[in-house]
Design a protein around this ligand. Sequence first.
Ligand code: ADP
Ligand code: MG
Length: 351
Amino acid sequence: RGGGEPPRIRRLEESVVNRIAAGEVIQRPSSAVKELVENSIDAGASTVSVAVKDGGLKLIQVSDDGHGIRFEDLPILCERHTTSKLSAYEDLQTIKSMGFRGEALASMTYVGHVTVTTITEGQLHGYRVSYRDGVMENDPKPCAAVKGTQVMVENLFYNMAARRKTLQNSNDDYPKIVDFISRFAVHHINVNFSCRKHGANRADVHSASTSSRLDAIRNVYGVSVVRDLMEIEVSDENAVDGIFTMDGFISNANYVAKKTTMILFINDRLVDCTSLKRAIEFVYSAILPQASKPFIYMSINLPREHVDVNIHPTKKETVNSSALAQANTQKEKGTDVSTATGAKSQKIPVS
Ligand code: ADP
Ligand code: MG
């Protein structure tokens, strides 16, 4: 309130900085699962198994049969900004891995208890080690291990009382986790995914590796969905800066569902794109009965230099710079998505 002496500015303690940053990367249990599963895929896994207790607050366990982690890398594995995927800023232009910031595992150690078990090819035994606040709690212990890596996160947000309480009160995150694994299973058809509640015999997602996308969708979303799908494929080699391709499966006019299922991968990254979703829903609204919504699996490949993967630590949205510019002008002009798709202007209900 004006006047008086200004408050002193102090440097925050590193542990405070790290915990604040961690809360942004790992917003909820499902974001931890997403990061861990992406790490498994980045590690070349062909099988990824997820087990979850208490919606992920008590336990998240992700096991894979990927390339494992070298013994000598274990001491810095969970430090912030340590990664095997990126070395120069310019690499971001061409990067194929989903990770690159080296922040996910570190973040988990600031807001939970992380234990890693891993074995690399040709080793007789693996190692197990636990981490807190970015560092190893003890020396890695030799242990029996099968191929690959298992990461266990316990007591997520044990030191963030408000967040833990909100998550406990709200519906638990398990359905979000199942939903996310389902999407991955539809895109990565050569990977076996499973997701179950810890201790349960039955998996809630179980997809066996296949060469057919329709099989994968049937595995995860059921036979009734597959019956009403049609394949789509577009490619444009004349695109100004390289090749644009899009392929996928979308529902036909017989498909009936209360909610849109939109599974969108851009350059193999699972992303949300609200404007595209609205545009597609608008097109469907002309052919579907009033309350019915479409199913869309779409995989778009753009020239890599058009995709900025570094918008946000969670990488939830990835934006084509020209698309972003266009969206912004649309906003300024006060028009809506329907205009952007070339359709006659009409208000689109926000779902
Ligand atoms: P990023 O994925 O951005 O590199 P992470 O914190 O998620 O950062 O992981 C740090 C590093 O740990 C990765 O670069 C990778 O080398 C290694 N790593 C993490 N998870 C696995 C895994 N499941 N299998 C093999 N290596 C892994
Ligand atoms: Mg990662």
